[in-house]
Design a protein around this ligand. Structure first.
Ligand SMILES: Cc1ncc(COP(=O)(O)O)c(C=O)c1O
Length: 421
């Protein structure tokens, strides 16, 4: 695309079409990023860091709790992979429910957050559950029988977990994953449920029924010509209702207010109003709002996480090895190539945010260009927004927590290989 612009530019310039030049898209850091830049330069570690703005995060927590429509809230640990962050979100939302996706983190949460209510976000091989119980310290106050729901997606897996429970002499809580249209996992037809409920009902010493999880990330993502958001949502709600009706019809004693009817995610939780059967929603990403979550339904949420990375080299002009002349003509055509920068790193899976108008050079990997309106110098920081929090948050070591433009604390992220002995 850029190459085409460039070639077109050359032709246009030589033809006297100078008026077609791209606009100057550059601008210096605004007051918010100037403050962050100054404090990182004064007291930062001099390497790429992942920043979470606590003021913004807390305001996002408030926006979330005001949009719950009477439902409970569960924080998604995968999108918020730090015990400190999860605890902070729990404190500012008033909920202690968490959805976890990784066995070592389940052990960690059970140890460090004995009041947490944990629901698995994906079904785990039974060995993972066995590992959890082997590593679990029974001396703590966390009680897996009431505080931990394993996610079960097939009768076979249910049988494996039942066998594990028998071997351990334990009772395991079963949450049944249902496919509400995403087709990622879970029961695909309501007829699959009654035999599973019967298995649970017949073995109360080892199994208890906790509820359902039906994730609906496809809603709003299907091209509207194929299926509208409303139509997808209506199918989700209908499917969910049919599973609840099935419990009522087959095992009425299992129907109670304590059942967890979980669903939704950042892009969809605001679609679940009073007519939704869900009694809790899982949300993580919206609270830090990575760039992929710039969605109409989340318009009032503030970006609360940034990658800050130092400038290693800054110079005027566009210096292409062996092609200095080409670089010169290019800067004349496109003012957004007037300056060149090289950074420490950390820009993968992220979008340039501040200063405005940074753009990768398509001919020179690693070179960033901007116009003269961008006043970056060596040791200044540039800021990017992670496109997603999942994964990206784990790449920078401890998270830097900022308030009013100043680093207030450092919180460790989950270590994916973490083993609690
Ligand atoms: C089962 C489940 N629920 C909810 C979510 C929503 O997470 P987020 O709010 O970060 O989009 C996810 C994300 O992958 C998920 O897998």
């Amino acid at each position: 695309m850029q190459r085409r612009h460039f070639l077109f530019g050359l032709a246009a310039a030589s033809a006297g079409g100078f008026l077609l030049r791209p606009d100057d898209r550059g601008a210096p850091h605004d007051a918010y990023f100037t403050a962050l830049n100054e404090s990182l330069k004064a007291g930062g570690p001099g390497r790429p860091v992942l920043i979470v703005d606590l003021d913004r995060l807390e305001r996002n927590c408030k926006r979330l709790t005001q949009s719950l429509n009477g439902k409970q809230y569960r924080v998604v640990a995968k999108s918020m992979p730090s015990a400190g962050l999860i605890a902070h979100v729990m404190q500012h939302t008033g909920f202690t429910r968490v959805m976890s996706f990784h066995q070592p983190f389940v052990n960690l949460l059970a140890k460090d957050m004995p009041r947490a209510d944990i629901l698995l976000g994906k079904p785990m091989p039974v060995q993972a559950a066995a590992t959890f119980y082997r590593r679990f310290d029974t001396a703590g106050s966390f009680d897996p029988r009431s505080q931990l729901q394993w996610l079960i997606d097939t009768p076979d897996r249910l049988a494996q977990y039942q066998q594990l429970a028998r071997t351990l002499g334990a009772q395991v809580r079963i949450n049944v994953e249902i496919d509400v249209g995403l087709h990622r996992g879970g029961l695909t037809a309501v007829e699959q449920l009654p035999p599973m409920l019967a298995t649970i009902a017949a073995d109360p010493r080892h199994l208890s029924f906790a509820g359902f999880m039906g994730y609906d990330a496809h809603v709003g993502r299907i091209p509207p010509l194929i299926e509208s958001r409303d139509a997808s949502l209506a199918k989700v709600l209908n499917t969910y209702h049919s599973y609840i009706d099935c419990v009522r019809a087959n095992q009425p004693a299992m129907m109670n207010d304590a059942l967890v009817l979980n669903g939704a995610g950042s892009p969809t939780f605001r679609l679940h109003g009073k007519d939704s059967p869900l009694n809790e929603v899982s949300v993580g990403s919206a609270l830090v709002k990575p760039a992929d979550y710039d969605l109409e339904l989340l318009a009032d949420f503030e970006p609360a996480s940034f990658i800050a990375t130092p400038v290693i080299k800054a110079w005027d002009g566009l210096h292409l090895p062996g092609a200095e002349a080409v670089g010169k003509v290019w800067t004349v055509w496109d003012r957004n190539r007037q300056r060149s920068f090289f950074i420490y790193g950390g820009s993968g899976s992220a979008s340039y945010t501040s200063p405005q108008g940074l753009t990768d050079n398509p001919e020179y990997e690693g070179m960033i260009n901007a116009s003269r309106a961008v006043h970056l110098e060596v040791d200044d920081y540039i800021f990017l927004r992670p496109n997603q929090s999942e994964g990206v948050f784990l790449q920078f070591g401890d998270l830097a927590l900022v308030r009013n433009g100043r680093i207030e604390a450092w919180w460790p992220v989950f270590n994916p290989g973490h083993e609690v002995s």
